[in-house]
Design a protein around this ligand. Structure first.
Ligand code: MRU
Length: 354
């Protein structure tokens, strides 16, 4: 089952509820785009590509909900929906990328209101289908970096649950495993929301890929003692110069990786590359509620009433990045030049595929 999908009989957006995994497998159906936005904020769905596809379906839902009979009225309602969806989470650029694509689709002058409603659903389905196909292409490139016998350190969850299917960094691991390479994964638990322990461990376990769950604090020990061959992570937004925003804790991993000569590769679809931002300091970093730090699943782990800080992402400067795996190939420094080339190449090839 895909992480996010449209139900063509009920006209609903459907999401695997990732807050409940690995204990319960539940799919939630949404009839209102505002609830879709809330589901993104509350992390029913999370992971940059999955958030993007969800927002695209959210726009299709908003078009169906709108009572507007004419094109101008519908476009006004869609602008409002775009604002609500864009505000759901700030760091993953796939969200605003997908919403902007949907607004562009809706703005085509020849379309009537009925045409726009149909076109937005088709476009959302295309974004979802493309995501799966491009993840497979990206994974094939990334798998070239993996040798038989490698141990891979992985942070957060970047698998099928973080995308529409297959995934980014974890997608590389799935492909390397399918190729018959004997690999082992060290899975960062990824405090505070434990995406590694709950979701990555669940996905690897289901596929029978050997792994050990480790406390985040153990990663440095494994790298210093020569037990890690490569670090693979995802990204929520990569700036034009190759600075990479990803789940909090990624920066620390990258610095320790460089100190110990371990290659560090973010796996990043071109939709996650934001060429409008010159460097990583311009990337908005989401700060979530302190209760995610002071409690685990509602159980307090600190004195009641204390204050806590909870940045959900950090930025890894590009000097710590060995290379960036994209669906257009593996990009190496100088990132400023080569990331732009990869994005342009992918846009050209996507045009040819259409
Ligand atoms: O807060 P989350 O769980 O949405 O964070 C997810 C990540 O940091 C992933 O590494 C990122 O979205 C890229 S993976 C597809």
């Amino acid at each position: 089952m895909r992480t996010v999908f449209w139900d063509y009989e009920q006209d609903t957006v459907n999401l695997i509820d990732q807050r409940k995994l690995p204990w319960e497998f539940e799919v939630a159906a949404y009839h209102d785009y505002r609830d879709v936005a809330r589901a993104i904020t509350d992390m029913v769905v999370r992971g940059a590509p999955a958030i993007g596809a969800t927002a695209a379906f959210g726009m299709a839902l908003a078009a169906r909900q709108s009572k507007a009979a004419d094109r101008a009225g519908l476009l006004r309602d869609l602008e409002e929906a775009a604002n609500v969806l864009n505000a759901a989470r700030p760091t993953a650029v796939n969200l605003s990328w997908a919403v902007a694509r949907q607004l562009q689709t809706a703005a085509q002058p020849a379309l009537s209101a009925a045409d726009i409603r149909a076109a937005l659903l088709t476009a959302a389905q295309t974004i979802a289908d493309d995501d799966v196909a491009l993840n497979k292409r990206m994974a094939a490139h990334g798998a070239e970096l993996i040798s038989d016998g490698d141990t891979i350190l992985h942070h957060c969850n970047t698998g099928a649950l973080a995308a529409v299917d297959w995934g980014t960094a974890l997608g590389v691991i799935f492909t390397a495993h399918e190729q018959g390479k004997r690999i082992h994964v060290l899975v960062d638990e990824t405090r505070p929301r434990l995406q590694g322990a709950r979701l990555t461990a669940w996905e690897l376990h289901q596929r029978g890929i050997p792994f050990d769950l480790i406390a985040d604090n153990a990663a440095g020990h494994f790298m210093r003692t020569g037990q890690v061959n490569i670090v693979l992570v995802g990204s929520d937004r990569t700036a034009a110069n190759g600075d990479v925003a990803n789940k909090i804790g990624t920066y620390k991993l990258a610095v320790v990786a460089k100190e110990n000569g371990v290659p560090f590769y973010p796996v990043v679809p071109t939709s996650t590359i934001d060429l409008n931002l010159a460097h990583g300091d311009l990337i908005p970093i989401e700060e979530r509620g302190p209760e995610e730090v002071t409690a685990v699943f509602g159980h307090p782990i600190a004195p009641i009433g204390i204050s806590a800080r909870n940045p959900a992402f950090d930025v890894t400067p590009h000097r710590y990045v060995t290379g960036i795996v994209t669906e257009a190939g593996i990009v190496y420094p100088p990132f400023g030049l080569n990331l732009r080339r990869a994005v342009e190449q992918e846009q050209k090839e996507a045009g040819t595929r259409d």
